[in-house]
Design a protein. Sequence first.
Length: 188
Amino acid sequence: MPATVVIVHDDSTLSAQTKAALEQKGFDVAVFTDPMAALPALEHAQSADLLITRVNFGPGKPHGVSLALMARTRRPEIKVLFVTRPENSKHIEGLGKLLPAPATVGDVIDAAERLLSSGRAAPLLMARPEVRAEQPAAPAPSFCQRTTKLLRLATQATERTQRTLQTTRELRSARGAPLSWCARSMPL
């Protein structure tokens, strides 16, 4: 049975050429430009052996690290190849292999074949938050406490506004000056 490769990359030229080259070598390949479109395919495919993606897809789209984490959660055996700039290596540590971009189609094919022939995927390593038993977390303020604080702040703001208006009225009536002149000269 041929290996199934899922390519999720927004460089359509690289994706199309990589797909053609992998299919020529006998692999089943699916290509997506949007990580959100790839998720259902990764979830419902009969098999998925390798995910080829990048780290950053731009604003408004999940990044490749999220995609890889979701794929590895559903399919722990899937291997991941990130075609990305080397400075992104800290984001993918323990999740997949890095192929420095820019990469040629030949580079991607060679890296994919090496990964697929390397055996099982590396275990998913995730950072665990440090738990400190000696410092219990402060309880979150209750709804009533938050509401009381907001009402107090609103009352203070209203009182300041009323004092400013009263002072402005007094100055206007005392000098006969226009209201706009008084407002400009009053420090807030």
